[in-house]
Write a protein that binds this ligand. Sequence first.
Ligand code: SRM
Ligand code: SF4
Length: 574
Amino acid sequence: MSENNLLSPNSAPHSDVEEIKKRSNYLRGSLAETLEDVITGSIPEDDNRLMKFHGSYMQDDRDLRNERQKQKLEPAYQFMVRVRAPGGVVTSDQWLMMDRIAQKYANGTIRLTTRQSFQLHGVLKWNMKNTIREVNDALLSTLAACGDVNRNVMCNPNPYQSAVHSEVYEWARRISEHLNPRTRAYHEIWLDGEKVVDSRDNGGEQEPIYGPVYLPRKFKIGIAVPPSNDVDVFSQDLGFIAIVEDGRLKGFNVTVGGGMGMTHGDPNTYPQIGQVIGFCSPEQVIDVAEKTVTIQRDYGDRSVRKHARFKYTIDDRGIDWFINELTERLGWKLEEARPYHFDHNGDRYGWVKGTNGKWHFTLFIQNGRVKDDGGYLLMTGLREIAKVHSGDFRLTPNQNLIIGNVSSQKKKKIEELIKQYGLTDGAHYTALRRNSMACVALPTCGLAMAESERYLPTLLDKIEPMLEEAGLRDEEIVIRMTGCPNGCARPMLAEIAFIGKAPGKYNMYLGGGFAGNRLNKLYKENIGEAEILESLKPILTHYAKERREGEHFGDFVIRAGYVKEVRSGQDFHS
Ligand code: SRM
Ligand code: SF4
């Protein structure tokens, strides 16, 4: 970044997207008219940019691309719809509504995402309005699920400490609500101006936090409750680490500047790990979130989108600059960070009893895809459970699902349904599979360079015999895959990761921290399945033989010299 850019915020010419936002009249553009156009299933690029703020992306089915091209047909345009639920908490009725909408308008499946949201795929343009309207009828929203705003606020689903969960969840909900865009465009376009249940309507067109051009780029917030770092707090633009003493929430350590996305071959882009900068009380958390967002609004790079994430604002200007700016805007200083300890970032499965006496069942859902698949009636089973369940459902940051707050009386019935539909807590799988995540990728993601969700299970089938042989069946190792280096399954924090380069080819990374506290490092580039298996086998065998007591795989590969330790994202490529 030039010195000139560093001195004054946003002095370079702005990118096209900034112009689109500026012209959009608070996210309206010509979306309303575009949706009425029945000649094509697509929408123009400008409106597509704005559509993201409304929670949707235009896609096309990439499996059908070539065939349709041959037949001189336009691509099979369709929309992905993302539904936000702060902390991933929804009621049974909301679950049933999402199920119904998925059957009626989407491809009959529900995708649980790595940020505790729902995604529907395959919605046609003509069905978009009904889809979004019905999502709102369920008192859920798609607004700000995507776009240059604060996204779904993540929060540890914590089935163990019920009181702490409800407090932390309440803060996640309040941060989310506070940072929601206030534009009426969403209501006008999708809900015909009807007022839905929300407190965003301020009667005007002001965006007091964002202003008329919103943020330079997406912004992400997550709250972790140690010892679990399931939200991967260090990957968040802004993270909060709950400090719980004597079972009570005392406040939060604040982390800033994390992020995953990068571009292959471009060392100016890199994943970064957030830094802990201090501590605030629960009542101060919204102020910290708001002021941090406004700093990024004012200083984030609006000319180069690849360089527009908050991590680059901080790395370019320095952490001390940020802390001073934050202190000035807050009018008070963060306290010194309090001690905390994370020991894992994966989910813990099966039944547990919370401190409120209610039961919670964490279900393993391979890569977050809820569907009926051959004999495995996951979607039907969950529907039947939702019909009788009076507690909640919690989407986990690892794409799994908790059937939460089950009373002792209802537990038996739910257990019967779990058994009847063969729903699984993953106990019969290897610990590696239970700690696996893959992003969506093909056929819907337009940015995918390789398969991910559809391929990782098959790759695991081939790695698992090697684990059995090495005696590592129950060894927890975090493995993640993405179809490109955008990092949607946070692969740069995994102990083993595969990031798509081309069809069937992946870069292989090793050495992430088991608790999501260290980035991994490139081990092999552009390799296919045979080489992946060949590379992994001797390392797993070596680990099984020579690991120290309690040593995690990610730590071992560094000690054994397979990869160098990465301390900061700025060293990721070196
Ligand atoms: Fe993501 C873009 C899916 C979490 C970094 N992400 C996309 C798009 C919308 C592709 C596009 O732009 O056309 C993908 C849609 C695929 C599809 O067909 O559904 C997509 N991202 C996802 C989800 C569904 C992956 C999943 O398997 O669960 C996750 C939805 C989260 C949510 O509910 O809000 C998802 N994306 C993430 C995460 C993880 C996280 O937030 O904890 C990251 C890395 C963290 C970060 O942001 O740094 C992530 N997605 C990206 C990026 C790279 C951003 C960057 O800084 O460079 C893109 C591309 C972009 O923004 O230009 C992207
Ligand atoms: Fe698509 Fe890449 Fe994200 Fe995977 S990581 S969903 S391929 S953008």
